[in-house]
Every structure is written in C-alpha cells, then in structure tokens.
Design a binder for this molecule. Structure first.
Ligand code: GLA
Length: 374
C-alpha cells in the first residue's frame, strides 16, 4: 500500500473513531472538540461533526475553515473530498483560501476602492490593482468565537466574529455569524448573517476546494459540472467584470446540460475562473450547481439564496503546496463553487447590492447536498 493510501486510511479511521468516541468536551456524541493550536495567545479548536448519511466534517474556528469532509462513495467507502491541511501551523503559514469563509467582501473590488454615500474608502490592493477576498487579513485569517450544538436537524457549529470599524479599510463595525450544520439528510448547510452599525459592504462566501474523488486523487478534469445559469459576467484580464451579462450559449461556459470540466477548459486561459448568474430570484433557495465524479459516483448539489456562483478550477495550484497526509496539490486538483454577489458589484449599482446598512440583516444560505449516482 502506498504511503499516501496508508495516510488516508489512518485519517479515515481517526475520523470515524472520533465520531464513536464519548469522551467529548462538547455537548453530544456527534460533536467533538480538541485544541488545534495557538493564535495570538488564544486557543484555536478543531471540531468534528458527525452528520447523517455517513458525513463527517472537521471545522476549525480559525478562519471558519472546513478542514475535512468525509463522504461515502457508491460502495459506502468514505473519502475526504476537500483540500486542506492537517495542522493549524500550515494554515497560518498562508494558503489560497482553502475551505474558509471569505469576507468582508468575497471576490474582487476594482481599483481597491469604493464609494458609499459619496465618500470613498480605500482598501488593500492584494490582487494586482484590485482588492480580493477581504484584503490582507480578511475573515479567513481571524479566530472566530465558536459554539457547537446538537439540534433537531443535526450537529452544528456557530462561528461569530466582530469586525471592527475600519478593519482592512471598510467602514462600520460588522457582527458576522456563520453556522455549519451537517444535516441528517446528508447535507452541509451554511447559514451566514451579518449586521452593521454604519453603511458598509458585506459579501461572505464559503471557499471550499472540492475533489469528489478525494483530495489526494489528482485533478478534477473528469468531474461533470452542471450549472443553473443562462448568463455570466464577462470580465477583463484581472477578472473585473465589464458590467454586462452575456449568454453562456455558444461559449465554453455553457454548463447548463452538464459537461466534463476538462472538455473545453483549454479555451479558457489558465482554466475556469468566472461568475455565473444563477437563474431565479435572489433570496429564494434554488439549485446553483451539480457536481458528479463518475468513478466514485459521488454527487454534490449546491443550493443558494445568492445571485452569483464563482466557478474557479484551481488554476493557481501549482504543486508547491503539500496538504493533508503530504498530498501534493497540483493544478486543477480542486475546484471552488462559491455562492456570492457578483464580483465588483459595488461599482455596478444596477446589480444586486453588496451594501449593508444599519437595521438591515445580510442573510446568505448555501446548502451542499451529497448523494451517489449508481
Ligand atoms: C477565487 C478567485 C480566484 C482565486 C482564488 C484564490 O476563487 O476567483 O481567482 O483568487 O479565489 O486563489
């Protein structure tokens, strides 16, 4: 057996043992918590949630990161289907947003500045001339407060943090909350909310890197993706949208009927990295994407209340990152399907707004539903 296969088996056994264990510091046998390391003198934790249909998730309060997600294949064999690390130190050393919550504003803000009510706010330009994923130290690089509970839907973990006025250049104190639930129906459900005391921007997104064959199993080009979108937002070379909505029909972005990701990927320079406009009214829960891995039969459906879906095919992974069990994460080893507002919405007043005002509550629901195709 290869070293990697052995490491995988051991990790699987450990995850299963954690679920069976009764020696938990948390309130139920379906939830365990252990220290994960220190961040600025505070202890970070790693929670294990054991949900329905054999799902097991590990989530840390550092960055609200899902570090592992074990999902059965058509034979009932589990694999960890998200990219990530085994240790907190590896996350602290820096990574391309593995499994975290990005905020205050996911995706890009052109020119790293924006106006609200006539006043201009300047942000860090951390992606060429633009602002990306909340800045130099966004929500993914903070320790959140955490509370786990076993509820009627399944075990859940609520993570909260207060982002102070002026953090990363954004105005207003924002109180954000993210609840991860592993439901008895075999879903990973993510509920995001936020309130503010001054007009500001809020656009949170979960940034999981998926590989339904297992995080250490090579590229995702054989996965079949279906996206519920007639339109996408064409963008320039720095991935800032021009402001138009274009039909996917006749482009390599037509995933309406389902397409192997590798099929047309060469037409998109470097791979896919674009925003789809999900059909149907924003605010209503509707399906956004379906991802199938033919060999294992694993199948994931994403539902959302958000208007946009960023599909990123792991183009910047280059084999320099060693992940869980020593796995080398090469180009296209994982893919992201991030529900959110359209990129750079703050500069497009006719698009669904990212502005949050005092008295309003930002709400974003994202559900990952797992099953197998026989
Ligand atoms: C997002 C972006 C990508 C890239 C990744 C992180 O999904 O759309 O361009 O920045 O995050 O590497």
């Amino acid at each position: 057996m290869s070293r990697e296969a052995r490491a995988l088996l051991l990790a699987a056994a450990a995850a299963m043992a954690a679920c069976a264990s009764r020696e938990s510091q948390a309130p139920s046998g379906r939830i365990q918590r252990r220290p994960f390391g220190q961040v600025e003198g505070r202890t970070a934790h790693l929670y294990t949630l054991c949900g329905g249909r054999g799902l097991v998730a590990k989530i840390t309060d550092y960055g609200a990161i899902v570090t592992e997600l074990w999902v059965p294949d058509r034979e009932g064999k589990k694999a960890d289907v998200v990219l990530g690390f085994d240790t907190l130190e590896a996350y602290l050393a820096g990574h391309p947003y593995f499994g975290c919550i990005v905020g205050r504003c996911a995706n890009r803000i052109a020119g790293a500045q924006f106006p609200i009510d006539g006043k201009t706010y300047r942000l860090a330009a951390n992606d060429g001339p633009n602002h990306l994923h909340g800045g130099v130290r966004g929500f993914d690089k903070h320790l959140w407060d955490s509370a786990a509970k076993d509820g009627p839907e399944g075990p859940s973990l609520t993570l909260t943090r207060t982002s102070p006025d002026g953090e990363e250049g954004y105005p207003g104190t924002v109180r954000a909350s993210v609840t991860y639930t592993l439901t008895d129906a075999g879903e990973l459900k993510i509920e995001m909310t936020a309130v503010t005391d001054r007009p500001t921007i809020v656009n949170l997104a979960h940034h999981g890197y998926w590989n339904l064959a297992g995080h250490a199993s090579g590229d995702i080009l054989g996965h079949v993706l279906q996206v519920n979108a007639e339109l996408f937002t064409p963008a320039d070379a720095t991935l800032i949208p021009f402001g138009t909505l274009a039909p996917v029909e006749g482009t390599p972005f037509d995933f309406r009927r389902g397409m192997r990701i590798g099929e047309d990927i060469d037409v998109a320079p470097g791979g896919y990295d674009l925003n789809f406009c999900i059909n149907g009214p924003m605010g209503e829960l509707r399906w956004a994407a379906r991802l199938t891995e033919p060999k294992s039969g694993r199948w994931m459906e994403i539902l959302t209340t958000e208007p946009g879906l960023q599909f990123y095919s792991g183009n910047f992974l280059d084999g320099t990152i060693r992940g869980k069990g020593g796995a080398v994460y090469a180009k296209h080893q994982g893919l992201c399907l991030e529900t959110q507002r359209y990129p750079d919405s703050i500069h497009h007043p006719d698009w669904p707004t990212v502005i949050l005002r005092p008295g309003e509550t930002y709400r974003h629901l994202m559900i990952h539903r797992f099953d197998v195709k026989r």
